[in-house]
Structure formats: C-alpha cells, structure tokens
Write a new protein. Structure first.
Length: 133
C-alpha cells in the first residue's frame, strides 16, 4: 500500500501480482483495483481478469472478478465468475454476492417495467437518475 501512496503504481502492481501467484487474497484484489480506480469500467475488469489469469485455480481469483463485475454492474460476467467460484469452494462471501446480484437484477427489471409503463414526460425520466449501488 505504501507504493501506491508514494505513486509507484507499477511497482505496486508487480508486487501484488507476485504475492497473488502464491496466495490470492481479496484485500490484494481491492488494492489492485484501487490502482486502476481512475480507469473506465472495461479497463478495470480487464485488469482484474489479468490477476485472475495468474492463479485461475483458486476460488478467490474468480470471486474477485465476480465482485468487481457486480460493482460495475456487469451482471452476466458477475454471475459467471461467482458460479465458477462456488464450483471450486462453497464460501459464504460468494453466496452473499450471488444474493446481492439477484436482488440488483430484480430491482433493475422492476425499474424497467415501471418506467416502460409510465407515460414519457418532457422532464428527464426520473427512473434512471438513481444509482443502484
């Protein structure tokens, strides 16, 4: 974390990848994501998938990708990686994220139904102004 604070992002990325190879941890994934915090959603997802590729056999790797995909609202991607994580190891955090995913997808579908049933007004559509995360 001190490398990130000092601005040595490339060194931080290198160190995180080196540690990730032997023992993946969600805190490492969060720090790795923090380095890419200013990048767009697709670049962040691509970066965390590179971290996944280093140690694809560990359930934490797929859990980290699923968690980030859920955070950036890539629901199909999140479902794929969370199921993969659960197939490797039954963890409570993966089940919690799957439940959160189902809740967010249902909320999104309900919002679409309400907005499609409502008459369009001249004002900006209030249904799409709120953020669900």
């Amino acid at each position: 974390k001190s490398y990130i604070k000092k601005g040595y992002k490339l060194v931080a990325i290198w160190e995180i990848k080196k540690i990730w190879k032997n023992s993946p941890n969600l805190l490492l994934a969060e720090m790795y994501n923090f380095v890419y915090r200013k990048a767009n959603k697709q670049k962040r997802l691509k970066a965390i998938k590179k971290l996944y590729d280093i140690n694809p056999g560990h359930f934490i790797s797929s859990l980290a990708v699923g968690k980030l995909a859920l955070r950036i609202q890539e629901f199909n991607e999140a479902r794929e990686y969370l199921k993969l994580s659960l197939s490797k190891f039954n963890s409570s955090s993966a089940y919690f994220l799957m439940a959160r995913l189902e809740k967010l997808q249902n909320k999104n579908q309900e919002k679409r139904q309400v907005c499609s049933a409502a008459k369009p007004s001249k004002k900006q559509n209030a249904c799409w102004d709120t953020d669900i995360l």
